[in-house]
Design a protein around this ligand. Structure first.
Ligand code: PRX
Length: 615
């Protein structure tokens, strides 16, 4: 912490660079440039350097399809495929800096295309395959991607999810998309538009097997990934190349204590940041053997995950608290039926893990043998920031605490004025110094970057989370301080959900808040005002839920819908979400002395009573 630049330079030297950096950090607050002048390539780091060693015959990916089909790719095979895919991209005119949208199921082609983009300097933007046509189109339009890559379908709970069909709807709304590459996964019939849609297997027929990796300046973008904030449309978080890879390479080693013989499985979808950093870039940069699973955790039976652990001898297992709580509800019999003795280390990510779930995980999955790394981080941080780090030092764990910031991460808990709070006091979690994994910015909107992260507290990165540091210095992350929802670990912004609701013809206005759910973190609750001529009914409620599902995707399906005559608002028209939240949760409005919005205590109380009366 005292000499961060020397420290990070030492970490950076563990990667292969085509050219060494001119300096470690150029910090023009709030914009950081890590290792400027340095040149490297992410795909070189993840494949080329391994095939020059004995690892060429090591397993890179154990892939398990939902129907039970499998594929095993060695590093040599992965290298060959990445090169061939990169050649395809080049031949259809994709070059350095071009954006490529990936809308794919969890099949090996997804990481291969990511690495192929990285190889030629194209910027990938992976869009979660659970999003619907409109959500897909919005993201593609923001990046202005020329190429969209999809599959005929992916499998989810035994059914093919028709991704190509969804793309057909989306491309009508995305003028930038010139070509669509389609992977044949499920073998379902699809419509191929002459001159626009191309089958991957046809292109592969003539693909060259060697493409030179493009030397990328350290601060050139590697990818854009969309995530939600409180207001506005989703933000395109841009990550660079050098800093991002250095940070992830180190954090991965510290947190997962990765070894040659490890078999590592992260259950996240590649469509989220966990998939980018903790399935693709960090593990492959280390030459680790990873497991990739296509489908649902409970299909065809509740034992599917435990089967996979046993089958591949998984040693490191990384999942979300929502998944753990779901399995907890189903009982111990599932894991008990399987030999999980290969496991050595467990991980948790995406939401706060409650001590009860932590203990269940520790006892029933880890056999009271495996430490749990509770890893706190965000799309914006690029990699793990606060977590136990058994690769460096073992510390006593406390169930529910992410323990300590990783080396070089200057975290703090501060009050509304940005002053550190006393131990055991709740405050805002901030990061006081730049770190190499930090986002480069928000795609196309430097002001929003500054406003979202660097304006609440001067000179400090605002995470949007509440936290407590206890008297032993352990960090306890308490959840979001802003209005962002965490639905089964997925980050959803109220604005995107409200826009989706309001696009229903019967709605005049809508507000969305999260309500605590014992399994999936937040439930989605919609308060809606109907247009004149429409009357509330159970059918309309269902229709609205279905509509939101159609517009955004299944993760946006509301759990509760209330029709109201008015919404509680401040004088300047800002929706008082805490009032909605309290009413939805059937809780008292609570302590109003620390009111952060502009309404008076009296107004808030009045709106609370008024809303309760309406329901
Ligand atoms: O609220 C925190 C929660 O997830 C948010 C970041 O979401 P996202 O960008 O989607 O990235 C999730 C995966 C890295 C954070 O602001 N969060 C993430 N990990 C934890 C967590 N909350 C508590 N404990 C964690 N370990």
């Amino acid at each position: 912490m005292e000499e961060p630049e020397e420290f990070w330079a030492e970490q950076a030297r563990q990667l292969d660079w085509f050219k060494t950096w001119d300096s470690v950090l150029q910090w023009e607050s709030p914009f950081a440039r890590w290792f400027p002048g340095g040149q490297l390539n992410a795909s070189y780091l993840c494949v080329d350097r391994h095939v020059k060693t004995w690892r060429r015959s090591k397993v890179a990916i154990y892939w398990e399809g939902e129907p039970g089909d499998t594929r095993v790719l060695s590093y040599a095979t992965l290298y060959r495929e990445v090169n061939r895919f990169a050649d395809i991209l080049k031949k259809i005119g994709i070059g350095k800096g071009d954006r490529v949208a990936l809308y794919l199921p969890m099949i090996p082609e997804l990481p291969i295309f990511m690495l192929a983009c990285a190889r030629i300097g194209a910027v990938h933007t992976v869009i979660f395959s659970g999003f619907s046509a409109q959500a897909l189109a919005d993201r593609v339009n923001d990046t202005q991607a020329k190429l969209l890559i999809t599959a005929d379908a992916g499998f989810r709970r035994g059914k093919p999810l028709p991704l190509k069909e969804i793309c057909d709807q989306a491309v009508g709304l995305t003028p930038s998309v010139d070509k669509v590459i389609v992977v044949k996964r499920a073998g379902i019939p699809v419509t191929m538009k002459e001159g626009k849609d191309l089958w991957l297997h046809d292109l592969l027929d003539t693909a060259a097997s060697s493409v030179k990796p493009e030397p990328m300046e350290s601060c050139e973008p590697l990818y854009i990934l969309y995530t939600s904030g409180t207001t506005g449309k989703p933000k395109g978080i841009v990550h660079g190349t050098g800093g991002y890879l250095v940070f992830n390479y180190s954090a991965y080693k510290w947190v997962f204590d990765i070894r040659e013989e490890s078999v590592y499985w992260c259950t996240a979808d590649v469509g989220w940041v966990t998939g980018h950093s903790s399935i693709v870039y960090a593990p492959l940069a280390h030459g680790a053997a990873i497991v990739l699973y296509e489908g649902a955790p409970d299909y065809p039976t509740l034992d599917r995950w435990w089967d996979i652990i046993e089958k591949y001898g998984v040693t490191i297992f990384y999942t979300s608290p929502t998944a753990i709580r779901m399995f907890m509800r189903y009982g111990e019999e599932g894991p008990e039926r399987h030999d999980l003795s290969s496991l050595e280390l467990l991980g948790s990510v995406g939401e706060p893990i409650n001590p009860e779930a932590w203990l269940w995980y520790y006892q029933n999955i880890g056999g009271e043998r495996c430490p749990i790394v509770d890893t706190w981080w965000q799309t914006e941080t690029g990699g793990i920031m606060i977590s136990p780090a058994p690769g460096i030092e073992c510390v006593p764990l406390k169930p529910g605490s992410a323990t300590f910031p990783l080396p070089g991460v200057d975290a703090a808990v501060v009050d509304e004025q940005g002053k550190p709070v006393a131990d055991e006091q709740r405050g805002h979690l901030v990061i006081r110094k730049p770190w190499p994994g930090m986002l480069l910015g928000i795609h196309g909107d430097p002001h929003r970057y500054e406003r979202s992260y660097w304006s609440k507290f001067r000179g400090m990165f605002y995470t949007g989370d509440y936290a407590i540091r206890d008297k032993d210095g352990y960090y306890w992350i308490l959840g979001r301080a802003d209005e962002v929802l965490k639905v089964a670990g997925h980050r959803m912004g109220p604005a995107e959900l409200e826009d989706a609701a309001i696009s229903h013809p019967a709605l005049a206005e809508a507000a969305v808040v999260g309500k605590a759910d014992p399994i999936k973190g937040d439930n989605i609750v919609v308060f809606a005002i109907l247009k004149q001529g429409f009357t509330p009914s159970p059918e309309l409620r269902m229709e609205l839920a279905e509509h939101m599902r159609r517009v955004v995707g299944p993760i946006a399906t509301p759990d509760e819908v209330y029709f109201v005559a008015s919404l509680p608002k401040t004088r300047s028209g800002k929706i008082m979400r805490r009032v909605l939240k309290a009413v939805a949760s059937d809780e008292d409005i609570g302590d109003l002395t620390t009111l952060e919005d502009e309404a008076s205590v009296e107004e808030v109380r009045k709106s609370y009573e008024e809303l309760k009366r309406q329901l």
